[in-house]
Design a protein around this ligand. Structure first.
Ligand SMILES: NC(=O)c1ccc[n+]([C@@H]2O[C@H](COP(=O)([O-])OP(=O)(O)OC[C@H]3O[C@@H](n4cnc5c(N)ncnc54)[C@H](O)[C@@H]3O)[C@@H](O)[C@H]2O)c1
Length: 441
């Protein structure tokens, strides 16, 4: 049996090496947080291109600086490898692999189960395994535990097993990962004590909960809350369009209430690896239990309807001079949110497809995304010259990247449909409409 782990502030030297499986948006910044605190980290990934870049001290995640990464690699504080056998040296192993949806919109745990199967032969007595991937309640107990026990070691007896949901906010440089409170849970009380001890050494606030199921559900609540509220504000924006009201002004006014109101902003659709995906993990689990969330269902449907609405408003702006058929549309920003290089689930992809299907000629500009491919079609980001702006029949502002030269766009565009309210209070020679501005153009 394992000894009862002691709570309290451990020093890196007490704990030894940390293993991180999956060096993506979550795993790499997470590994660097441990390095900053003085730990040695072994990072494992199956993507040879990422490993090669990391070995050269090159980051592919905007939130991780090349200089800090290169220093960690040169000093041997971050060692990266594709070989799970390296994890034999780790005292704690954190799993940060993707948890997407299958084609049927069901949880796809294939990355998580693959990582567990690859880890299991190298698992040894006394190690702590932590799952950070977002997933439905019950996964750690029902899926991860049996896989890790295949070699005969028992969770809670011969190794510790814990779950802590990752809350990283890509592109948010104002809040270091260490400042984000970490919800933690363990399979048994000693498992919980062990993760509390480890994470207290890195994170400024650690929030223990009673079970791994609770911690898994807490993450799904956070992201379902965002899906429901963003979908609702997008629906409200459509209402404002019909009623001749400006949603942005309505939100500004409502936001002055000092309690009981939380502001969410409209946009062309919810994207990314988390918000459109995670609530469906909860829905899947609910249906397995014979129930369902009507809010999640409705919010998903609402979210999926927004790109078509944006396209129809854009066409309305072009009329009566033009229809979409034959029009040239330049999309500014294609990522799902500002200042990230992430196209996953981005509504821009749906918008581009709809515009092409309607006969429009589409080009895009995004400083973070050099190429976009949808099926057989592919595009290269153009340079946003005054001439390119002026040549388009309409500019669609999809993503509000910080460096977007909005004044220059307004000064040269023939028409602008703005889904992010960047053009509020601005005017130029061309037609201008914002999503939810009530202009009924
Ligand atoms: N991206 C976010 O903003 C965010 C925020 C909070 C939580 N999460 C959750 O964190 C998890 C990871 O998401 P991400 O955005 O970092 O994904 P990602 O795709 O950016 O990174 C995952 C990494 O895991 C690697 N990988 C896949 N299978 C592997 C295996 N068997 N062994 C080793 N490496 C493997 C991939 O090559 C990739 O580098 C997901 O569950 C996600 O829902 C993501």
């Amino acid at each position: 049996m394992l000894d009862e782990a002691k709570a309290g502030d451990y020093e890196p030297s007490d704990i030894g090496v940390i293993g991180v499986i999956g060096l993506g948006y979550v795993g790499l910044p997470f590994a660097m947080a441990f390095v900053r605190r003085g730990f040695a980290v072994i990072g494992i990934d199956v993507d040879a291109r990422k490993l090669e870049m990391l070995q050269r001290g090159k980051s592919y995640i905007r939130d991780v600086e090349d200089a800090e990464l290169a220093e960690a690699v040169t000093a041997g504080k971050l060692v990266v490898s594709s070989s799970f056998s390296r994890l034999a040296d780790a005292s704690s192993i954190v799993i940060c692999v993707p948890t997407p949806l299958t084609a049927n919109q069901a949880p796809d745990l294939s990355f998580l189960t693959a990582a567990c199967r690859q880890l299991q032969p190298h698992l040894s007595f006394g190690q702590l395994v932590i799952v950070e991937s977002t997933t439905f309640p019950g996964t750690t107990r029902e899926v991860v535990q049996p896989l890790l026990e295949l070699g005969g070691l028992r969770a809670g007896e011969s190794f510790h097993l814990a779950y802590s949901p990752e809350r990283i906010d890509p592109g948010n440089t104002a809040t270091p990962v260490e400042d984000v409170p970490k919800v933690v849970s363990g399979l048994t009380a000693p498992c919980l004590t062990r993760i509390v001890s480890l994470y207290s050494a890195v994170f400024h606030q650690v929030v223990p909960v009673s079970s791994t199921d609770t911690a898994e559900a807490a993450k799904l609540l956070e992201n379902s809350f965002r899906l429901v509220n963003i979908s609702f504000i997008n629906e409200f924006a459509k209402l404002c369009d019909q009623l001749g009201l400006d949603i942005w002004e309505v939100i500004r006014a409502a936001s002055t209430k000092p309690y009981g109101f939380m502001s969410f902003l409209p946009g062309p659709g919810i994207g990314g690896h988390c918000i459109p995906v995670d609530p469906l993990y909860m829905q899947w689990k609910a249906r397995e239990a014979g129930t369902e969330s009507r809010f999640i269902e409705l919010s998903r449907d609402t979210n999926e309807s927004i790109p078509s609405y944006i396209v129809s408003r854009l066409e309305r702006l072009l009329q009566p001079e033009r229809t979409l058929n034959g029009a040239s549309i330049l999309i500014c920003g294609v990522t799902y949110k500002r200042d990230v290089a992430d196209l996953r689930e981005s509504s821009a992809l749906v918008v581009m497809e709809r515009l092409c299907n309607a006969g429009a000629t589409v080009a895009y500009y995004d400083p973070y995304i050099p190429t976009v491919r949808i099926g057989e079609a592919s595009w290269r980001s153009i340079s946003l010259t005054d001439e390119a702006i002026a040549a388009a029949d309409c500019i669609l502002i999809h993503t509000d990247h910080a460096g977007l030269p909005i004044d220059r766009i307004v000064a040269h565009a023939a028409a602008i449909y703005d889904t992010r309210n960047l053009t509020r209070g601005k005017s130029g020679p061309g037609k201008l409409a914002r999503f939810g501005d009530g202009s009924r153009q």
